[in-house]
Design a protein around this ligand. Structure first.
Ligand code: SF4
Length: 336
């Protein structure tokens, strides 16, 4: 897919003290992007959907001052951020309710300081291995072309004896990661779905074939890989399409010998998310009919609507069967 370009960039003056800040600025100027030097970001849409659309074309270049990293159990020991928010407009996005009315992107330029904080957390746990998730509040690949920071991170972890990195993405700009020394210390997970789910609900992200091609390239470069199939949805023809998905993955990754992990997440929504989604995407075709769902208590203190037990079992059994039929080297980590 085409690289994301913002309509407008706000530049925190602090960011120009860093080499990456200067490089980003030069890159954006070269692309004729409007740059405003400011410590704040202004977005003034007339409706929630306008605010959302404008925010998703606005980037704030700044620094990340976080010294103490948050836990990210069970997927990793800690999470850290090279950026926040992302250029995607996924209608169901799990970040919808946490990023406020104007989810503009922040891109952090102080990579050496971020890596220093990571190193401190690695040192704290020696001699154990410590794992770090880079995609909890962003899609690190979707914004990589602005800074090159993820590549720098992968190289850092490649040299690290006890640090391991996890990346999750819906984007396909992976070429800069292919010929670098990752030392198998970075695990790439691709968030993937059927053509229908991607085309209908995951706007401004890499398409079905693009993501599979990116996964093929990353696998070919020897990285540990995995897939998050989420959100799994039941709709007319869902069985056929998830079958196609697993067949395509098998076709592209058939000669990958290492373990491929799969994480399976059924579609769910909370009352707050539904309200917000309907404001941002008034014509959404997402199935958010509470009558056909079951209430499940979530870890964040909110009820979520999931498929009823017999349907979620059907999803779990069917997708697991497809995975095991196609991959002898698959591990299904969880279904939720
Ligand atoms: S790419 Fe990921 S983080 Fe971005 S909108 Fe889609 S689901 Fe949310």
């Amino acid at each position: 897919m085409k690289l994301f370009m913002p309509d407008v960039v706000y530049m925190d003056p602090k960011s120009l003290k860093y080499d990456v800040g200067k490089i980003v600025k030069a890159y954006l100027e070269n692309q004729n992007i409007t740059i405003i030097d400011s410590r704040t970001v202004k977005i003034e849409g007339k409706t929630p959907s306008e605010n959302y659309a404008k925010a998703k074309k606005t980037v704030y270049i700044t620094v990340n001052g976080q010294k103490k990293l948050r836990s990210c159990k069970p997927s990793a020991d800690y999470q850290f951020a090279l950026s926040s928010s992302c250029p995607g407009h996924c209608e169901y996005c799990y970040l919808q309710t946490t990023q406020g009315e104007k989810p503009f992107m922040k891109v952090f330029v102080n990579i050496e300081e971020i890596l220093h904080v990571i190193q401190e957390h690695i040192d704290k746990h020696l001699p154990d291995i410590t794992t770090f998730e880079s995609g909890s509040i962003t899609d690190p690949v979707g914004l990589e072309h602005l800074t090159g920071n993820l590549k720098r991170c992968i190289e850092f972890f490649g040299k690290s004896e006890k640090g391991r990195l996890r990346v999750i993405t819906k984007y396909d700009h992976v070429d800069s990661f292919l010929n670098i020394n990752h030392n198998k210390h970075t695990k790439f997970r691709f968030s993937i779905n059927t053509r229908t789910v991607i085309d209908k609900f995951e706007h401004n992200t890499a398409r079905f074939e693009e993501r599979i091609e990116a996964a093929r390239k990353i696998a070919g470069s020897g990285y540990p890989i995995g897939f998050i199939i989420a959100p799994i949805m039941m709709y007319d023809g869902w069985e056929k399409e998830y079958k196609e998905l697993l067949n395509r993955l098998k076709c592209q990754l058939g000669d990958y010998d290492d373990t491929i992990t799969f994480e399976l997440i059924q579609h769910r929504f909370t009352a707050t998310a539904k309200e917000l989604i309907l404001k941002r995407f008034p014509k959404t075709e997402l199935d958010m009919n509470e009558q056909t769902r079951r209430l499940k208590w979530g870890p964040y203190g909110k009820f979520k609507h999931v498929y009823p037990k017999e349907k979620s079992n059907e999803i779990k059994d069917y997708i697991s069967l497809l995975i095991n039929d196609n991959f002898k080297n698959a591990t299904i980590e969880y279904f939720t």
